[in-house]
Ligand binder design. Structure first.
Ligand code: NDP
Length: 331
């Protein structure tokens, strides 16, 4: 059992309403894609979870396949949740997802009712929870009728295995349709989880309009472009960084391609009196569609640094233009 900081809700972490729903999420949420698997230092993983909670981060985001190996992030953190956070379950919003490859055979991925509902049961067992707060369809499935995938999400709510549902990586038109199907089944689509950062702005091309119009929240993942939009790679590729690790999803070529832009963005951040990580997160949070920025952290120090972005969230028009120009620089 933990003894959390009694001042964790003192106002330093803002809680923002998720679309038109009744649920508020912290401006910064913590993701468990990397850093919590069997390959990681679980003592540090546990310290990150404790510190996050003390900092007012009430939302932890999982998926069935996070690790590596797949499933290990939920399993490792399930033990920590049970041991340390049991008394605080009602203060936490815990999410999981299904859709990417998880087990052998025709039902281990994508968007069938069979995959989603079986995967949710597996996630609940690994997390040692009776329910999650948000369950997502992790990616659109071109071969399964959208009615079936959304129907499975609605069933998960009716079964009491999730309180809310969301969609992830759905393009604008498909998201609009999915939100409407869920509404016709009497279930609100709470949230969309897309990739969004200074380098990857696809959601501005239609999706954010759909989410605002339909009152659905938005929680962008990889807001730091997996660490590129921090000081991590300014002097090369450190051996303990995501880009250097075999199981890391950040390609070294992406670092090489973007490093000139990163250096220019770092200059702009310094002029604002903040770090590049702070500026990248503030930039996400400036968008009216965005509820929360979903970060990753491989250490307590990174987590603490990232939360300090909340000290300076405003941008001038000139700063935004300079960021646009810097982001377009090719190395
Ligand atoms: P970020 O863009 O925040 O990248 C996090 C990584 O950047 C850290 O693990 C660390 O990497 C580095 N980093 C973070 N803060 C700092 C700092 N202050 N200084 C230096 N380096 C820093 O997010 P992620 O790509 O990790 O994604 C966040 C979450 O989004 C995931 O955990 C997951 O929950 C979700 N997600 C969802 C997806 C989906 O399809 N729905 C897909 C991908 C992610 P390092 O190891 O180098 O220290």
């Amino acid at each position: 059992m933990i003894t959390p900081d009694p001042n964790r809700y003192d106002g330093r972490m803002p809680y923002r309403r998720c679309g038109n729903s009744g649920l508020k999420l912290p401006a910064i949420s913590l993701g468990f894609w990397h850093n919590f698997g069997d390959v990681d230092d679980l003592d540090e993983s546990r310290r990150i979870m404790h510190r996050a909670f003390d900092l007012g981060i009430t939302h932890f985001d999982f998926a069935n396949n996070y690790g590596p190996p797949p499933g290990s992030a939920e399993r490792n953190c399930g033990q920590i949740l049970k041991k340390d956070f049991h008394a605080h379950r009602d203060e936490l919003i815990i999410s999981s997802k299904a859709g990417y490859l998880m087990w052998d055979g025709p039902y281990g991925e994508w968007g069938s009712r069979k995959n989603l509902l079986s995967s949710l049961d597996q996630s609940l067992a690994r997390l040692q929870l009776d329910y999650v707060d948000i369950f997502y369809s992790h990616r659109p499935d071109p071969d399964t009728p959208l009615e079936e995938t959304m129907g499975a999400l609605a069933t998960a709510v009716q079964q009491g295995k999730t309180l809310y549902v969301g969609i992830s990586n759905y393009p604008a038109a498909m998201a609009a349709e999915a939100i409407d199907i869920l509404a016709s089944l009497g279930v609100r689509c709470l949230i969309h989880q897309p990739r969004y950062n200074i380098f990857d702005r696809w959601i501005e091309d239609g999706l954010t309009d759909v989410l605002i119009e339909k009152g659905v929240g938005c929680i962008p993942f990889s807001p730091l472009a997996q660490g590129l939009l921090t000081g991590r790679y300014l002097e090369g590729i450190p051996t303990d960084s995501r880009a250097a690790k075999d199981h890391g999803f950040l390609q070294q070529e992406a670092v090489t391609q973007k490093i000139k832009a990163v250096k220019k963005l770092d200059e702009i951040a310094r002029h604002r009196g903040q770090s590049l990580a702070h500026m990248a997160l503030a930039w996400i949070l400036r968008h009216p569609a965005v509820t929360s920025a979903l970060i990753g952290a491989s250490s307590v120090a990174q987590l603490e640094e990232n939360v300090r972005c909340l000290d300076c969230l405003d941008f001038t028009g000139d700063e935004l233009k300079a960021i646009d120009a810097a982001a377009a620089i090719l190395s």
